[in-house]
Design a binder for this molecule. Structure first.
Ligand code: NAD
Length: 246
């Protein structure tokens, strides 16, 4: 379905990003796996994808740094000739109530989660404009839509992604580029593994389907948006949350 397309997935060495990268490869896309710390994991994933018959490359870059994001996109262009799909997935949390949150914890979360999306899009979109096609898919969160106590930094950054997504969709729609966001609810990854069983049980009560999602649920939605099935969808935020925000 995506044979010959090139995808860049940020923060792809584990969790949701890893599932997205794998599904893109399963659909035939060549994939650039961005990682910031885990070279071994990134390399392992690349080998797994090559085993699926596609081309793949692991590239180290901190997406919160403008020049590193530029290098990431340049590597993709150099190696595979284009960037057709950009999945801005990299994200961090540094939770805390505002009365105890440091300026550093606020700024770092915004820099990675929001500036990271700007930095990678800023360098990938000109390539997409030139080829008059492209898909930008940003991973936000239900926290950015309804807020979450203890996450003013994270929710602000994720809400910022929603505004960025809608604005960019309006800017580049006439060039054949779609820009959408996916808002996961609670998904079983390292990010949510830190929650106690008691907290998890309480959270499950607020989910219509009464259980957490899997990284593959997000990856399937990326495939839907990145392939022909998503060609007439832009500027949207799709909640994949088992029924939390509706
Ligand atoms: P995770 O912590 O398992 O993975 C995040 C990845 O981002 C890691 O590989 C990490 O190394 C990478 N990363 C962090 N900072 C980076 C940087 N500066 N540059 C490049 N990469 C960086 O978390 P996850 O659960 O897989 O989350 C993936 C995305 O989904 C995040 O944007 C997160 O906010 C969002 N999300 C997750 C959930 C959930 O329940 N897990 C819910 C809503 C939204």
């Amino acid at each position: 379905m995506l044979k010959g397309k090139t995808a860049v997935v940020t923060g792809a060495s584990r969790g949701i990003g890893r599932a997205i990268a794998l599904k893109l490869a399963e659909q035939g896309a060549n994939v650039v796996v961005n990682y910031v710390h885990s070279e071994t994991e990134g390399q392992k994933l690349v080998e797994e994808m090559i085993g699926l018959g596609v081309r793949a490359l692991a590239v180290k870059a901190d997406v919160s740094i403008f020049d590193e994001a530029a290098q990431l996109i340049a590597c993709a262009k150099e190696e595979f000739g284009s960037v057709d799909i950009l999945v801005n997935n990299a994200g961090i949390t540094r939770d805390g109530l505002i009365m105890r949150m440091s300026e550093e914890d606020f700024n770092r979360v915004v820099q990675v989660n929001l500036n990271g999306v700007f930095n990678c899009s800023r360098h990938a979109v000109p390539l997409m404009v030139k080829q008059r096609s492209g898909r930008v898919i940003n991973i936000t969160s239900v926290a950015g839509m309804v807020g979450n106590a203890g996450q003013v930094n994270y929710a602000a950054a994720k809400a910022g992604i929603v505004g960025l997504t809608k604005s960019l969709a309006k800017e580049v729609g006439s060039r054949g580029i779609t820009v959408n966001a996916i808002a996961p609810g609670f998904i079983e990854t390292d990010m949510t593994a830190v929650l106690t069983d008691k907290v998890k049980d309480t959270l499950k009560e607020s989910i219509a389907l009464k259980h957490f999602g899997k990284p593959e649920n997000i990856a399937d939605t990326v495939i839907f948006l990145a392939s022909d099935t998503g060609e007439y969808i832009t500027g949207q935020v799709i909640c994949v949350d088992g029924g939390m925000v509706f």
